[in-house]
Design a protein around this ligand. Structure first.
Ligand SMILES: Nc1ncnc2c1ncn2[C@@H]1O[C@H](COP(=O)(O)OP(=O)(O)OP(=O)(O)O)[C@@H](O)[C@H]1O
Ligand SMILES: [Mg+2]
Length: 425
């Protein structure tokens, strides 16, 4: 039972109280009506006895069986007498007789004075030629007892029902409070768990940055050696094919150095090394880097990169890396034989780099988490879960926005848009 239960118990209690009050009012009206009936019955009885001309002792005997008394005041006398002739001190009866009232209500002392039990009673008055004024009085004790019992029954019933409702209401409130406490405790535990997860992820990300800086530092020396040896060999070599191969080695070593430097700047939070970058060049360079992966997977790659697009000011190597990450995700999501389309387009204010695949798409549960560092659905051997996190950072330092949108009937469109203002950055 929750808040609704407690409210329900309160409403029922109010309803019971209202019904009890209405019944009490009704009972009071009924009681007053039946007392009036009793009084009028006394008046009728007195009138009947007077009209019948019955002797006082006869009427008295008939009434005494029902607990009533008969009094009379002979013509010309100033006080009332019982059937046995004893005088009764009853000024209230004298006043009623003088006023010619058909009946009078007897309060407790008055009832006692005329020989009735000390409870409310009624006296009917009638004039008879033989006995003067004839009074027939009866106690209303039974009627009063009945009324009192009825009232008590009503009050007790209402009190009992209200009591039950109050107990139920309190139980409902307790249950509601327990439920609230439980919900709060669960929410707190969930918050704690989320924060712990987040801290753990941030700690791992910070550790990876440290590793990345360490790796970049360690790799720099062998890279210099490779570049130096390639240059020496190239200088000595007379064969054109060998020289081209050695130049390719030197170019790729330069590229690795650039990428490492870009990542280090990213990790340190420095501004990127901005240069003039042709959007189509970014797309073509990225394609060259991922082509072998598409061939291995049997996935087609169609590129749309018009040459005439105005250059951007950006870190070329980092942009290539961001685009490579989107291309590799599209390749991983595509079944063999599928096709991935990628390209760049512009409007006045911005340049967009986009990749569209026809893979299974990103599930609704994963969508909120794919940008988190280390979130991957590819298993530990196939994905680190850093691709989109790194892409997001690269896009952010170029003041751009990254978007992942589902495609119809299935697949994903991943894109990032860089503002033209980057040119002035
Ligand atoms: N084009 C896509 N189609 C379907 N799922 C995608 C796509 N791109 C990203 N995802 C989902 O987002 C997750 C995170 O991607 P992210 O590039 O950050 O890491 P990864 O690809 O799993 O690993 P890594 O890029 O480090 O090799 C992926 O594991 C995959 O579940
Ligand atoms: Mg990836």
């Amino acid at each position: 039972m929750g808040a609704t239960g407690a409210r329900g118990a309160m409403l029922v209690t109010l309803a019971v109280a209202a019904v009890a009050l209405a019944s009490l009012w009704d009972e009071t009206r009924e009681a007053s009506a039946s007392l009036t009936d009793l009084a009028e019955a006394q008046a009728s009885l007195a009138a009947a006895a007077a009209a019948g001309g019955s002797a006082v002792p006869v009427v008295a005997r008939a009434l005494s069986a029902r607990g009533g008394v008969v009094l009379y005041r002979a013509a010309g006398e100033a006080s009332f007498h019982r059937a046995d002739g004893e005088t009764v001190d009853a000024p209230f009866l004298l006043r009623a007789a003088d006023a010619r009232r058909p009946w009078v209500r007897l309060e407790r002392p008055e009832a006692w004075a005329v020989g009735l039990p000390r409870r409310m009673g009624f006296a009917g008055l009638a004039e008879t030629p033989a006995h003067g004024v004839l009074v027939v009085a009866s106690s209303a004790r039974r009627e009063r007892d009945r009324q009192s019992r009825a009232r008590w029954r009503l009050v007790l019933g209402a009190a009992l029902t209200c009591g039950v409702m109050v107990v139920l209401g309190r139980a409902a409130l307790r249950v509601q409070r327990d439920e609230l406490e439980l919900r709060e405790a669960l929410a707190l535990a969930e918050l704690q768990r989320t924060r712990e997860d987040q801290l753990a992820r941030e700690a791992r990300a910070a550790m990876m940055v440290t590793f990345a800086v360490g790796v970049a530092h360690e790799v720099a020396t062998p890279l210099n050696v490779i570049a130096g040896r390639a240059e020496q060999l190239e200088a000595r070599s007379a064969d054109d094919r060998d020289r081209r191969a050695l130049q390719a080695i030197a170019t790729q070593v330069d590229r690795v150095r650039d990428v490492l430097r870009g990542f280090l700047r990213l990790a340190r939070g420095d501004t990127p090394a901005l240069g003039s970058v042709g959007p189509a060049d970014v797309v073509h360079a990225a394609r060259t880097l991922v082509e072998h992966r598409f061939t291995e997977a049997g996935v087609g790659l169609v590129v749309e990169a018009p040459d005439g697009l105005a250059p951007l000011r950006a870190d070329a190597r980092l942009l290539e890396q961001a685009f490579v990450n989107l291309l590799l995700n599209a390749c991983d999501a595509s079944p063999a034989g599928a096709e991935v389309r990628a390209g760049t387009s512009e409007d006045e204010a911005s340049v967009t780099f986009w990749v569209e695949d026809e893979g299974a798409g990103i599930g609704p549960d994963d969508a909120a988490r794919v940008l988190e560092p280390f979130f991957t659905t590819k298993g530990p051997d196939r994905g680190t879960g850093l691709g989109l996190a790194v892409t997001k950072e690269i896009v952010a330092i170029h003041r751009g926005t990254l978007a992942l949108a589902p495609r119809t009937p299935h697949g994903t469109r991943a894109s990032f848009t860089l503002p033209r203002e980057t040119e002035r950055a």
